[in-house]
Every structure is written in C-alpha cells, then in structure tokens.
Write a protein that binds this ligand. Structure first.
Ligand code: ATP
Ligand code: MG
Length: 194
C-alpha cells in the first residue's frame, strides 16, 4: 500500500456520512485504501456521554466496510489500548508501511478543533491533512498548516442524531447500512431489543 488515508473516528455508530466521505476521498486522491480507524478511548468525548465499547464500534465499522473495495476497518488504536492519538497512529502506520504517503482525513468540525488535538503538529508533519465538507460553516485553517480540501457530498448525518433516533424509535434505514443495523440488533446496542 503506497497511498493510505487515515479516517479516524468514534463511529458510534458509523453512518452514510462516514462512508460517502471515505469512498469519495479515496477516489479523488487516488488512495489505495482508506482506513476507518476506530478510536479506543476518544478522550475528547470521554465523560461527556456514554460511549459504546470499542469492540462493538469496531464490529459495526467492519460490517460497514466489508463489501466496499478500498475501505478497511482499522483496529490499531484498539490494539494499542488507552487514549487514542492520531499522531501515534500515523507513526505506527509509517513504521508498518515504509515509504507510504499518509493522508489524514477530517470533517470540517474536526478541523475546527485541530489545535485542541494532542501533538497536532506531528499529524501535519507525518501526513497530508485532508479536510472534507460537513454541513455547517466551512473551516479555514491557518496558513501555517498545510492542508487541502476535498469536495464530498454534504450529508447532514451525525452519530449524535442517530443515537437520538434509536432512543425514540425513529427509523434508521438509509442513514446506516443494513449490515451495521444487523450488528446493532445482534449485540443489542443503543437500547435495541430491550
Ligand atoms: P458524533 O455526533 O458522535 O460526534 P460524528 O457523526 O461526528 O459523531 P465521528 O465519529 O465523531 O462522527 O466523526 C469521525 C470523523 O468523521 C470526523 O472527522 C468527522 O468530522 C467526520 N464526519 C462525521 N460525519 C460526517 C458527515 N456527515 N460528513 C462528513 N464528515 C463527517
Ligand atoms: Mg463528531
């Protein structure tokens, strides 16, 4: 693998916004693979709400990408354990795939918070930062940061909204793929089957 996209997230749950982003960035930048990297402990979210166990989030992402060429679920952060830092994950990927070009893919909202990331300078140094559209105000990063924007269809879908849908019984169809819904059902996630 020469050109690798790292698309990190909590994926609680993974939804069409994530998948549409991943396949379109892969196509636009001619990437060999986009890794949907499941955060072990998303430390910026920890304590603000209940987070689904990492292993269940990985099962959902695995189900989401299983039929999609060029997308893979990443378990590096889960295997490493503890709080997850993109800088560490990039260093691991750089070691595993010497000479590969790394791309860190983030939505506008994540880009807006980039400077709150631990060691974001390392993220920018180790990879090409790729920012994708997400409904809301498009962020402009400081000139000092090397970043590019890739246009993807703007889908107003978030895991937060999907969790609210589960809790009050609104339909999830087409927002989450069927294989993901099957995992949610089989593992009784988000209060289903209770
Ligand atoms: P939550 O509402 O729980 O924060 P989320 O939908 O934002 O969930 P995350 O797992 O937080 O999903 O996001 C992972 C990455 O995917 C982030 O870089 C985020 O900006 C991006 N992303 C999430 N939803 C979309 C979307 N609809 N379109 C484009 N990018 C998205
Ligand atoms: Mg988010």
């Amino acid at each position: 693998m020469r050109r690798i996209g790292l698309f990190g997230g909590t994926f609680d749950p993974p939804h069409v916004g994530h998948l549409v982003t991943a396949v379109n960035v892969r196509h636009s930048l001619n990437l060999d693979v986009v890794l949907l990297m499941v955060a072990n402990v998303p430390w910026q979210k920890q304590g603000t709400r209940l987070i689904t166990p990492a292993i269940d989030r990985l099962a959902m992402v695995d189900a989401a990408v299983s039929e999609v060429p060029g997308l893979l679920a990443g378990r590096h952060e889960i295997d490493l354990g503890g709080d997850s830092y993109t800088a560490d994950t990039l260093a691991t990927l750089a070691g595993d795939y010497p000479g590969a070009e790394l791309y860190t893919i983030i939505g506008d909202d994540a880009a807006a918070g980039l400077e709150t990331w631990s060691r974001h300078e390392e993220v920018v140094a180790l990879s090409q930062l790729v920012v994708v559209d997400r409904p809301g105000v498009p962020v402009e990063l400081p000139d000092a940061i090397d970043w590019i924007r890739v246009e993807v269809p703007r889908l107003e879908v978030s895991s937060t909204d999907l969790r609210a849908r589960f809790s009050d019984g609104r339909p999830l169809n087409y927002l989450v793929t069927e294989p993901v819904l099957d995992v949610i059902d089989a593992r009784s996630l988000y209060g289903v089957n209770q």
